[in-house]
Design a protein around this ligand. Structure first.
Ligand SMILES: Nc1ncnc2c1ncn2[C@@H]1O[C@H](COP(=O)(O)OP(=O)(O)OP(=O)(O)O)[C@@H](O)[C@H]1O
Length: 277
């Protein structure tokens, strides 16, 4: 029997008196492209931090399995977490690049787990590792910027460098936390196109949190929708019409429908990635 790539069971996370996740359960199969949708404060980032192993759920609550193995259970990380996290790529809204380092050096940090610390600190990567990073930058259309400082890139370019880092890491499951929240519509389209292409061409399983329903409908077949930490919908993105959103969220639906005109066009398939053989 094949395991789901990700299995979340009864996840709860409380901060003081604030309940950020309330019994969230779902499975994701290999190769799926899933949007995690919800208004501000609905628990998207908390869920992604838990799924990526950056945070634990409440003591005694819930279990997260990745690749058929426990990542955390009952609020405790599994002893295998390091090995499992190597297979999970995380992309953040704020890119998490080191601005004073070159783009290539940033992308090479995706290899941190496979590189002795001293090599990484001194930037002494092997030729093969550098070639891998250049390939990833080429795939993502950033080869010409490889030796620029990361801080000189536009927001969209920085996010694409973060995608290249995940490629170099060799991640099988990518968790992207509002990767386009701070980008203009053109950069948003480019970054989303590339995430979609990674999923389609490189076979990565993708979970991407968004708070624009139009993006979720355009790029993902399946949506998990959160409201106040609760999973209120798990189904096809095509069903998320404005009236259904109104039923799910009431007046808060407005937040998810904002800027809808920018991405309202029917889903276009992303251009293929120039994946290295
Ligand atoms: N470290 C923390 N300490 C205290 N409360 C937190 C913490 N992280 C999240 N919360 C609270 O948990 C709830 C869910 O927050 P979360 O950031 O997961 O939501 P979100 O859907 O990602 O929101 P946004 O779209 O604004 O990023 C919010 O009420 C938030 O204030």
């Amino acid at each position: 029997m094949t395991h789901p790539v990700l299995r979340a069971q009864d996840l709860r996370r409380t901060y003081g008196t604030r309940v950020a996740l309330r019994g969230v359960s779902f499975d994701v199969r290999r190769g799926e492209r899933v949007a995690l949708l919800g208004a501000s404060g609905s628990g998207k980032s908390t869920l992604i931090r838990c799924l990526s192993g950056l945070e634990t759920t409440d003591p005694g609550a819930g279990r997260i399995e990745v690749f058929g193995q426990a990542l955390q259970e009952g609020g405790r990380h599994s002893p295998r977490i390091r090995a499992l996290r190597r297979r999970i790529g995380v992309i953040f809204q704020q890119f998490n690049l080191v601005g004073r380092l070159g783009v290539m050096s940033n992308v090479l940090t995706g290899l941190a787990a496979d590189t002795p610390l001293w090599r990484g600190l001194l930037g002494r990567y092997t030729l093969a590792q550098r070639a891998l990073a250049l390939d990833a930058l080429d795939t993502i259309g950033l080869a010409p910027q490889a030796f620029q400082r990361a801080s000189t890139l536009s927001g969209g370019q920085q996010q694409r460098a973060a995608i290249a880092r995940v490629l170099v890491q060799g991640a099988e499951l990518v968790l992207a936390d509002e990767p386009v929240a701070s980008l203009d519509p053109q950069s948003t389209r480019r970054v989303m196109d590339q995430l979609a292409a990674l999923n389609r061409d490189a076979g990565l399983t993708l979970i991407v949190s968004l708070h624009q329903v139009s993006l979720a409908r355009r790029y993902c077949h399946r949506v998990l929708a959160l409201r106040d930490g609760e999973l209120v919908y798990d189904g096809p993105s095509a069903a998320l019409t404005p009236s259904f959103l109104q039923q799910l969220y009431g007046t808060a639906a407005e937040e998810l429908l904002h800027d809808d005109h920018d991405f309202a066009a029917p889903a276009a398939e992303a251009p293929p990635l120039a994946l290295a053989a």
